[in-house]
Design a protein around this ligand. Sequence first.
Ligand SMILES: Cc1cc2nc3c(=O)[nH]c(=O)nc-3n(C[C@H](O)[C@H](O)[C@H](O)COP(=O)(O)O)c2cc1C
Length: 153
Amino acid sequence: MKTLVVYYSRKGYVEKIADAQIKAEREVGNEVDFLSLETLNTTVGYNGLRNCLAKVATGGEMELFPYETDVASYDKVIICTPVWGGKIASPMKTFLTREKHNINCAEYVIVHFLDGNMSAVADSMDKILRLKREKYTSVQCVWGKVKKEEDFQ
Ligand SMILES: Cc1cc2nc3c(=O)[nH]c(=O)nc-3n(C[C@H](O)[C@H](O)[C@H](O)COP(=O)(O)O)c2cc1C
């Protein structure tokens, strides 16, 4: 089984959680690669936060730095994303929209600050990819510390 772990992380919280996914895939004997999405416009610091909030307000996508990963060559894609404004974070939305024809089997790891199971976010990802996820994990992460982690179908 060849797995791709793709993540977008503004402050490194999602990256840490994605790293654990990579390790877990290796432990079960799967071949695993990762792709860290970077945005063309900054998302760090005060200006970056302003850029993020502008996308939350408009529901727009964020342009991604070019990557060379052949997403279609993987059997399974694990998508690790933060929640922005109650929805999938803009950079990940750009990725899913671009790669929707190249992903047939997906799991989601949805990282958020507020309490909640984020089922609406998982459903919206299914809708973009036009598939039914294998499963999703909701991770409530408060200032970098995992407070609650639950698996759902
Ligand atoms: C622009 C923006 C909007 C956010 N909106 C939400 C939200 O609606 N609900 C929530 O639970 N967390 C929200 N968060 C918090 C992030 O989902 C959470 O801090 C996550 O761990 C960020 O991970 P990262 O810094 O690795 O990208 C938001 C964060 C940002 C930057």
